[in-house]
Design a protein. Structure first.
Length: 491
């Protein structure tokens, strides 16, 4: 490499594909098909990298970008201040911190990406040749990014000018074989052009072990693309979002109910009167005017109450406890819930204003998570009566109970979409009993045709969660998106 001058400092320049030291990295490469080769200049004691890259995209099933790389193993962290100095260019041009299995264009990878328009995302291709997905941050135009790999999970942290790095929210699981590549990349999103990104204060080191500080992320996922967006990130423990007709998300935290705009914003606590020990079994009436909650304050076990969605004095619905709400009939007249009676957990129904309850399941074991289909004909629920927790379905009167899922996973909390076309549920690994928190879980989706679930379940998202992730109905009113909560432990 030839020494030259950049800003008064001695620099080194590397062109095209080279396996030679580039600052703290080992080499450079144009990944994919590029009409113009990229290049990099290194300055300021190897902590400042000016990278030019071309390429048409880093998305779908193949990438095209310039990459400054190093091979590593184990848990790793890469951080940098990123600046995209051009005022013009494609808004999707990007500078990335990237972890990648190989230099193949269709390699599995994860990156923390700053786009030219300020959009900031954690992008990932879960396996070679698959399509790319993303988790959009709720902050744009950050000053500094960090990508971290701990075990099979990858996460991103962000910081504005003068701030400390904080988790951006949302993680995902990806299986990478050691060693793998880590480094800096630039894609112009227009193969005719070279675009520049400046990476400064670059730090590559072993990732700090996950600590005991829990971060909760309220997220939405678009069903068609499977792309996710972090709506709200907090160190408070939050659970179980509902999605209202006027596009608010309602969730519980520390015994209270909160709402936040589905596009993001500041949470607002709902007045629930005496009910100050609310758990994660709550929901919204079909007409959007009422809320039902499950609360422990009155008798120290869970009882079901109804109140206006705007808040107010709760009216008790169930005489007996523990009772945990899960579903509201489409006509607004009936609630279904899980209740323990005589040491057996079964599905029950009751009028929305109370009265006598009706037992709908009698099988030995746990029957839980009941929810009506949008036409009111069926009630979906989960049951371990066969030894493994599976999704079941019955007619609204409790008759004709039939098993829906047949795989090896433990499946919980089935939620039919408002348009009746989809069924989403939470899957635990086969060895996990119950629905504990802080586990490797998968959100899966199954098509419903004329009221009948069909085909194999597909993966929507692999995440760290469980209890609190998706206990109750959380579909958007238009059936295009779903809300859930993911978790991570951070140093």
């Amino acid at each position: 490499m030839n020494p030259s001058k950049f800003g008064g400092a001695l620099i080194l320049s590397a062109l095209c594909t080279m396996a030679a030291p580039v600052g703290i990295f080992e080499g450079t490469a144009d990944v994919g098909v590029l009409s113009r080769p990229g290049k990099v200049s290194v300055a300021d004691a190897n902590a400042r990298y000016v990278i030019q890259g071309g390429g048409s995209n880093m998305w779908f099933s193949a990438d095209a970008f310039h990459f400054v790389w190093k091979k590593v193993s184990g848990d790793v962290s890469l951080a940098a201040d990123i600046e995209i100095p051009q005022s013009s260019g494609d808004p999707h041009r990007k500078g990335v911190l990237i972890i990648r299995q190989s230099l193949d264009a269709d390699s599995a990878y994860a990156d923390a990406a700053l786009h030219g328009d300020g959009l900031t995302s954690l992008q990932y291709r879960p396996e070679k040749g698959a399509r790319t997905y993303e988790i959009q941050a709720n902050t744009t135009k950050p000053k500094r990014l960090r990508i971290e790999k701990r075990g099979s999970y990858v996460s991103m942290s962000i910081a504005r000018e003068g701030q400390e790095l904080q988790p951006a929210g949302g993680t995902f699981r990806i299986a990478l074989q050691e060693p793998f590549y880590i480094g800096l990349g630039v894609c112009s999103h227009n193969d005719k052009n070279l675009e520049t990104a400046i990476f400064s204060n670059v730090e590559l080191k072993t990732a700090a072990p996950a600590g005991k500080r829990l971060v909760s992320t309220l997220e939405t996922i678009t069903i068609a693309s499977k792309d996710r967006r972090a709506i709200y990130v907090t160190t408070n423990h939050i659970e179980a979002p509902n999605w209202s007709k006027d596009n608010f998300l309602y969730y519980n935290s520390r015994g209270r109910i909160y709402k936040i705009p589905a596009a993001g914003g500041t949470p607002e606590m709902i007045d629930t009167g005496l009910a100050v020990r609310c758990n994660n079994d709550h929901g919204i009436s079909p007409d959007g005017t009422q809320m039902v909650i499950s609360d422990h304050a009155e008798e120290r076990h869970s009882l079901i109450y109804k109140l206006p969605i705007t808040g107010g004095t709760p009216k008790r619905v169930t005489k007996l406890g523990p009772s945990y709400w899960h579903g509201w009939s489409p006509d607004g007249k009936t609630l279904v819930y899980c209740a323990e009676r005589n040491k057996e957990f079964d599905v029950y129904s009751i009028g929305v204003n109370g009265g006598d309850e009706t037992r709908l399941t009698t099988a030995s074991g746990l029957d839980d998570g009941p929810e009506y289909s949008p036409d009111g004909k069926y009630i979906y629920f989960n049951s371990d009566r066969t030894g493994t927790m599976h999704i079941w379905r019955m007619l609204a009167d409790g008759s004709q109970q039939e098993q829906i899922t047949m795989d090896e996973f433990n499946n919980w909390f089935a939620h039919p979409s408002p348009d009746g076309k989809w069924l989403v549920f939470l899957s635990y690994e086969p060895d996990v009993k119950g629905h504990p928190e802080n586990k490797d879980v998968t959100l899966r989706i199954m098509a419903v045709n004329n009221g009948n679930p069909t085909g194999m379940a597909e993966v929507l998202a692999k995440l760290f969660g469980g209890q609190g992730t998706i206990n109750v109905p959380s579909w958007s009113p238009d059936s295009r998106r779903l809300s859930f909560v993911s978790y991570q432990f951070v140093p």
